[in-house]
Ligand binder design. Structure first.
Ligand code: NAP
Length: 519
């Protein structure tokens, strides 16, 4: 179930929230502690009009709630309020904290729950870390009366998230599928919020945008429209993106709607990652089918894949980095499966050019490449493999020379004749030479990218108007460099086209994996 947590301060705001997210939740948690005026009769009246099962919670300040003050809990008042609410027979569940168990003062709430058939969710929140033994903590929370154990903890690393995900299987065995709640708070915990139901938890909490109940909460509409909550079925295939940071990534918004459109039982999740090798272990636990790799992990992902003996495409070798990992064969390494690493910047970059020149139209053309970084490597390999002669201009000449040498060796290794590849400084000399490499000009540095949108990496390079000019920066879509080319009459291509092209290629690989499965 997706649970909508009502977090705002008035009952009118709660009604608005229920209406705003109607259709996106199957359960509602009423956080009475956050109300300005927590009057039990009005709360019960509102709750009795909610058709979905409801949870009542009155959380203390020390548990991340709003009841009491940091220095005093007003515990007697809180328990009296809880007893009143539970006795109303309105709520399917009541959330009671772990430390209340066995406390005389809380017995009347527990007794009211027993009389009214309200199930107790026994909760423990850790805002700092994760308990040493998650299984034992869940067992303790469930207690002798088989209450629903709820453990909300704070993973601080990929290794922590992996420990959490490893705990779902044993939790299902001991407490039953849907018999427990386990989730990670904070940025590392976001994947647990998206995947916990698939992993057997009773529910995942969501709350309104701008009024999040806890760090890392997602709103219910996003949980459905972006993360496909309402259409995912058991055994859904898991994909994702690793990076640091990664929660701002647009990739989930790209891949998930396509999975839904194509009726594939799959979900694409952002995994904030601080350790690539550990993420590969997590990928085994969750049987992750494929993932995108973004800054700063592209080089480390390639190195790890190389250690695993994975199949690596020439684009990744040329670029020295890989942005896509897909599983091959069985779903785990232990079962004989393996991974493939690809650099979809290569086909993504070529796609708009081939639309313009036709698929064989690049052969024999010449190009000037500005920059010799990671992206330039993918660009140069893409063009050279299509038979385009290249001149690479870079501020640091040695880096351009190294790039040209590496691409030449990869092509020669493959038994292909390398087109003419040259390097020159990003200076007057280089610009003069570039007049002989002018069918296409590609800008690959980050100069001119938001926020430094007025910068031009090659202000002295003059366009004749006959060139096709491609700037791979995608924010903004029109850089100063590209605008200057357009004004000179050139045909121009923005980095957005490359970005969309590389994402489309990734999606093609991911969708094929879902369709073929472990065959
Ligand atoms: P990178 O590896 O850091 O390379 C940076 C390049 O910029 C190097 O050639 C560097 O020259 C040059 N440079 C840096 N500062 C300079 C300056 N002040 N003057 C002249 N040259 C300078 O970066 P990257 O990973 O290749 O990424 C570059 C850009 O490509 C980024 O904007 C990224 O967003 C974009 N990109 C777009 C796509 C897409 O899908 N559209 C895909 C990948 C990357 P030196 O060697 O002299 O330091």
């Amino acid at each position: 179930m997706v649970c909508l947590t009502l977090t705002l301060q008035t009952l009118d705001e709660w009604r608005d929230t229920l209406e705003r997210y109607a259709g996106y939740y199957q359960c509602v948690e009423l956080r009475v502690d956050l109300l300005e005026d927590p009057d039990s009769a009005s709360v019960v009246e509102l709750a009795s009009g909610i058709p979905q099962p409801t949870i009542v919670a009155v959380r203390r300040v020390r548990d991340g709630g709003g009841f009491g003050t940091p220095s005093a809990d007003h515990e007697r008042e809180r328990l009296a309020l809880l007893e009143d609410l539970v006795a109303s027979e309105t709520f399917a569940f009541v959330d009671l904290e772990d430390d209340l168990r066995g406390l005389g003062a809380a017995e009347s709430v527990e007794a009211a729950a027993e009389t009214t058939g309200t199930r107790i969710i026994r909760s423990l929140h850790d805002f700092e870390g994760i308990p040493d033994d998650i299984d034992a903590t869940l067992d303790r929370l469930a207690g002798p009366h088989r209450e629903i154990p709820k453990l909300a903890v704070t993973p601080n690393s990929t290794a922590d998230v992996h420990r959490l995900f490893r705990a779902y299987g044993p939790a299902c065995d001991r407490h039953g599928d849907g018999g427990f709640i386990l989730l990670g708070m904070g940025r590392f915990g976001v994947p647990t919020r998206i995947l916990s139901r698939l992993c057997g938890a009773l529910l995942t909490y969501t709350s309104p945008t701008g009024a999040e109940a806890a760090p890392g909460h997602i709103d219910p509409e996003t949980m459905d429209t972006v993360y496909n909550a309402s259409v995912l079925q058991a055994e859904a295939r898991i994909f994702g993106v690793i990076g640091n940071p990664v929660l701002h990534s647009r990739s989930p918004h790209y891949h998930n709607p396509r999975f839904r459109r194509d009726e594939l039982n799959a979900v694409y999740v952002p995994f904030p990652t601080d350790d690539v090798a550990e993420f590969f272990h997590l990928a085994e636990t969750l049987r992750i089918q494929g993932f995108s790799v973004t800054i700063p992990h592209k080089e480390a992902a390639l190195a790890h894949l190389t250690r695993l003996g994975a199949k690596i495409d020439d684009g990744s070798r040329a670029a020295g980095s890989c942005n896509t990992v897909v599983r091959r064969g069985p779903d785990s390494l232990a079962e004989g499966g393996s991974f493939a690493g690809a650099n979809t910047d290569v086909p993504g970059f070529l796609r708009p050019l081939e639309e313009l020149f036709g698929s064989d139209g690049l052969l024999g053309k010449s190009a000037t490449i500005i920059g010799a970084g990671g992206a330039a490597r993918a660009v140069c390999y893409a063009l050279a493999s299509r038979g385009v002669s290249l001149l690479v201009l870079n501020r640091t000449l040695a880096r351009a020379e190294q790039l040209v040498g590496d691409i030449r060796s990869i092509l020669v290794d493959r038994g292909r004749e390398a087109s003419e590849l040259a390097a020159a400084p990003l200076a007057r000399d280089g610009f003069r030479r570039s007049e002989h490499y002018r069918d296409i000009v590609v800008q690959t540095t980050g100069i001119g990218m938001t926020p430094n949108v007025d910068a031009d990496p090659a202000a002295e390079l003059e366009f004749s108007g006959a060139e096709v000019v491609y700037d791979i920066i995608y924010t903004p879509e029109r850089t100063v460099f590209l605008s200057r080319a357009e004004e000179a009459g050139c045909r121009v291509i923005s980095g957005r086209a490359m970005f969309d092209g590389q994402a489309a290629e990734q999606y093609r690989m991911f969708a094929e994996r879902v369709r073929l499965g472990g065959t």
